[in-house]
Design a protein around this ligand. Structure first.
Ligand code: ATP
Ligand code: MG
Length: 579
């Protein structure tokens, strides 16, 4: 499958050639560095650098507020307001390396907090606004939060209950959603503080290895880990935005991810800014019509989303999309979970271009494997490594240690050479867990994959989710993708259920599109379809219909929960479970 619309030449035209010539130090030269050799700071590259290159008056962010209001923020204005935020931290006595937590929806102040914190060389740690008090408390405790930025209503509902258990917190900055002043004792009105702060700020000497971001993982496989990233990561944010998302300065870009997880920060804040484009930020939650209308009215050209959202759009039906003019869209990208081939085929049909899958993790800080704009898409494949990234399939070697799998199609663990700028530098306070991720010069990702003869990588499943049945190793993705081909299926989650004979049997949980009846005849039909496509050894033995599947806040199917519930076992950490 090919196809990018429009006449824009992709930034990466010849993959092989680009890879041969690529070096990270050359990539860093596309950024400017702080003036007078004072190092490398993410916020300078994202914002202030543009004041001298003609982008000053260009819109950096267009905020679509819940109430229908639209607020544009130019690069110049963003620079001024993030300076103010940095000055607010300064006044509060917050310093280099101190952690600033944000717990808000996608409101302008969140973006000022992120970039102002980075300017001040403090560490930005975003949380999902939908987290309950305990997940917030736990993360703020691990991260020794010095500042919490939140809204008045979130404060009242959640933070007020826990802030007294957090001795590290020195200041709570509040935004009132109705534009009124807040006067809760022990807190500071952020807008007042910003108004009073000076609008000039000089970023201090920033070592590229200075910590910049603390991101908690999604908690799909267990207790979330706090991954630490440094300012140098901006080189990877920038170059992947340029090469994978193919950002050109005239693009209108929309990353639908919330900054509560890493995509919403790396590609919802940093990368589009370093690449000098205009980003759309929608404060509202998913709604198929609203999303299509936004794509149309804002003339979005590059759209970065996730399989969970794509499945919801598919579920909403194709009549909806037909009502909108989406001709400005020229590149669609997806991350977060495996993208079922069915979703790629669907997007070809309704948008005229395929969703281009890419793979990465909180730990890698930026995109690692991708379907580039100039590349043929093989539906179901994650694509090929980003220039400068060496990815391999590895397995345990008979003599100990690990070895690379060279045979195409052979399954193993996806591993990366950890010599790229955005690799995490620590799991906060968990040194052993961090050290375990590295062996023989590789970072081990915990995901299983294969690589084909053309160098494309294919996701099999997480190591934890792989099913062992009657001598076979089955990745849930393969089974789920086949179930998704059936017109009745909206979503599928597949687990291994312990079995005395086969070790495990394949069990599928399936939710249906509207208008389909969860009855015996559909179950038989689905089982038959799966058997025909996968063979009896791999096809599910059991199918259970369910109105919805348990997911993380970032929209990932939590197979470990399906399994725990099936077996009546404790559910483990469910702090990121969507409720
Ligand atoms: P935790 O590590 O806490 O269990 P998590 O792994 O879901 O949570 P993230 O770092 O947000 O946390 O997600 C990265 C993981 O998401 C990858 O390791 C992979 O399993 C999955 N993933 C992301 N993108 C893709 C993709 N394009 N195809 C397949 N899997 C993907
Ligand atoms: Mg993970």
């Amino acid at each position: 499958m090919h196809g990018t619309k429009g006449k824009i030449r992709p930034n990466l035209e010849d993959y092989e050639r680009y890879c041969r010539r690529f070096t990270w130090s050359e990539a860093e030269r596309e950024l400017s560095g702080l003036p007078f050799g004072r190092g490398l700071n993410i916020a300078h590259e994202a914002v202030d650098r543009h004041l001298e290159n003609g982008r000053s008056d260009q819109t950096a962010f267009r905020f679509l507020r819940k109430d229908g209001a639209v607020e544009d923020l130019s690069y110049k204005e963003l620079s001024k307001r993030t300076n103010k935020f940095a000055n607010v931290l300064q006044e509060l006595g917050i310093g280099r390396g101190d952690r600033v937590f944000a717990l808000t929806g996608r409101i302008p102040e969140l973006y000022l907090t992120a970039l102002g914190t980075l300017k001040h060389r403090s560490v930005f740690c975003p949380l999902f606004s939908a987290f309950g008090p305990e997940p917030i408390r736990m993360r703020a405790e691990i991260g020794e939060a010095k500042v919490i930025v939140t809204t008045e209503s979130l404060y009242r509902k959640k933070v007020a209950k826990i802030v007294h258990d957090l001795p590290s917190v020195r200041a709570v900055l509040l935004v009132n959603e109705n534009g009124e002043k807040t006067d809760i004792p022990g807190t500071i009105d952020l807008r007042d503080a910003l108004d009073a702060a000076a609008s000039g700020y000089e970023i201090g000497q920033t070592d590229p290895e200075d910590p910049a971001l603390l991101h908690f993982t999604s908690g799909t496989t267990g207790r979330p880990k706090g991954a630490v990233h440094v300012h140098k990561a901006v080189v990877a944010h920038h170059i992947t935005g340029k090469l994978v998302l193919d950002l050109h300065s005239e693009d209108i870009f929309w990353c639908t991810a919330d900054p509560g997880w890493v995509t919403g920060t790396s590609y919802g804040i940093i990368s589009p800014l370093t690449n000098g484009v205009t980003s759309i930020v929608d404060e509202a939650e998913f709604d198929a019509e609203r999303w299509y209308r936004t794509l149309q009215n804002e003339e979005v050209s590059v759209w970065y989303s996730a399989p969970t959202a794509i499945r919801m759009l598919m579920k909403a039906g194709d009549d909806v999309v037909g009502n909108f003019d989406l001709s400005k869209l020229r590149l669609l990208a997806s991350v977060g979970e495996p993208l079922n081939p069915e979703a790629v085929i669907w997007s070809e049909k309704v948008f005229g271009i395929p969703f281009r899958d890419n793979w990465w993790q909180t730990e890698t800080g930026g995109i690692m494997i991708a379907n580039f704009a100039s590349m043929i898409v093989k539906p179901g494949s994650m694509g090929r490594p980003v220039p400068g990234i060496e990815a391999a399939i590895v397995r345990e070697a008979p003599e100990g240690g690990i070895e690379e799998v060279v045979e195409p199609g052979e399954q193993g663990e996806l591993a990366l050479r950890p010599d790229f700028p955005s690799i995490f530098r620590a799991y906060l306070n968990e040194h052993e867990r961090y050290a375990k991720c590295f062996a023989d010069g590789f970072y081990l990702t915990g995901d299983l994959a294969t690589k084909d003869e053309d160098g494309y990588f294919w996701f099999v499943g997480r190591k934890d989710d792989v099913i062992k049945t009657a001598g076979h190793l089955i990745g849930p993705f393969e089974v789920e993708s086949v179930l998704m081909e059936h017109p009745a299926v909206a979503e599928a989650g597949v687990i291994g259920k312990p079995d005395p004979v086969a070790m495990e049997i394949v069990k599928a949980f399936v939710s249906l599109k509207t208008g389909f009846e969860a009855d015996e005849s559909l179950r038989r039909d689905l089982l038959g379809h799966a058997r025909k496509r996968l063979g009896p050894a791999v096809a599910p033995k059991e199918i259970e219909f369910t109105p919805s599947l348990p997911k993380t806040r970032s929209g990932k199917i939590m197979r470990r929960l399906l399994k725990a519930r099936e077996l009546g076992l404790p559910e483990g950490d469910i702090s990121t479970l969507e409720k």
